[in-house]
Design a protein around this ligand. Structure first.
Ligand code: SF4
Ligand code: SF4
Ligand code: SF4
Length: 265
């Protein structure tokens, strides 16, 4: 859907009462940065914009906004739509509460540098080997790999931005926030940051849509996409590309201790 058409359709649906909120983007304070907009009144409709700075994936806001029967319209780029689909599969949002307006995307730019994001370069150029960086790491010795990852992960400041932005990280209470678990440690040391990243990566295994948001948002530039892609590559090799529910199907009636501990809730 073209951007003008998308915005007009959403406005029309809002005025007709088909949706009670629009999740889109707007500008503020004369900055060129585009920020999330939560439109709930006719007066706010004029704020809606769509341009090359609308990089934020809005889909995770649906968990809070599209509940109790409230119908929410949302603007989605291709990568955002994958995140939303995953949350529907995970039963975290209901598709009947959502009206998606999918928009064409020709790449998003960093408002500070004007450069197109790395994740967008990869998305737009299908000739690139998406596993090239993973293969570089696979070709390292164990010691080289260890040094590489310890060097990267030692920069982590445990801000949790990679978790908070991720549509696949959508538990009601993150395991790192559970007071009855013994994994609350947030010290800035190799052991705890490494542990955090291993848990984060395995919790989204089989559900990561490779949207690249965790790596984009990381304030210290840790190449988290390499970890995600390594797991995606391994799953493809072990189970095949078609079987995308391999690690993500579960049954709430399962009497495994995982569900007793309210895992996933
Ligand atoms: S990864 Fe970038 S280019 Fe691809 S759909 Fe998302 S924002 Fe657009
Ligand atoms: S790329 Fe990162 S933010 Fe996107 S789904 Fe995967 S782990 Fe989450
Ligand atoms: S966004 Fe970066 S610095 Fe923040 S917790 Fe994640 S890896 Fe660590």
């Amino acid at each position: 859907m073209g951007k003008i058409e998308m915005i007009l359709n959403a406005k029309e649906d809002f005025k007709l009462g088909k949706i009670q909120m629009i999740l889109g983007w707007k500008k503020e304070d004369e900055s060129i940065e585009s920020i999330p907009a939560f439109i709930e009144s006719v007066e706010e409709l004029e704020e809606l914009i769509y341009d090359e700075y609308c990089v934020n994936n809005l889909s995770k806001y649906l968990i809070e906004e599209a509940k109790n029967g409230k119908k929410v319209g949302i603007f989605l780029k291709k990568c955002d739509a994958l995140g939303m689909e995953q949350m529907i599969k995970d039963n975290r949002i209901l598709s009947e509460n959502i009206v998606p307006y999918q928009v064409e995307c020709s790449g998003m730019k960093d408002f500070q540098t004007g450069e197109i994001f790395k994740k967008c370069q990869k998305c737009l150029d299908e000739s690139q080997d998406k596993y090239a960086e993973v293969k570089e790491i696979e070709n390292m010795t164990h010691d080289e790999r260890y040094d590489y990852w310890m060097g990267e992960l030692s920069k982590c400041i445990r801000c949790n931005a990679c978790r908070n932005i991720c549509p696949a990280c959508n538990c009601e209470t993150c395991v790192f926030e559970k007071k009855d678990e013994d994994i609350l440690g947030k010290a800035n040391n190799e052991s705890e940051t490494g542990f955090y990243q291993i848990i984060r990566a395995y919790h989204v295994a089989g559900r990561c849509s490779d949207c690249g948001e965790c790596e984009r948002i990381c304030p210290v530039g840790i190449p988290l996409g390499k970890i995600n892609k390594k797991i995606i590559k391994d799953i493809e090799e072990l189970y095949g590309k078609e079987d995308d529910d391999t690690l993500s199907s579960f049954n709430l009636e399962d009497d495994d201790t995982f569900t007793e501990k309210k895992g996933g809730k």
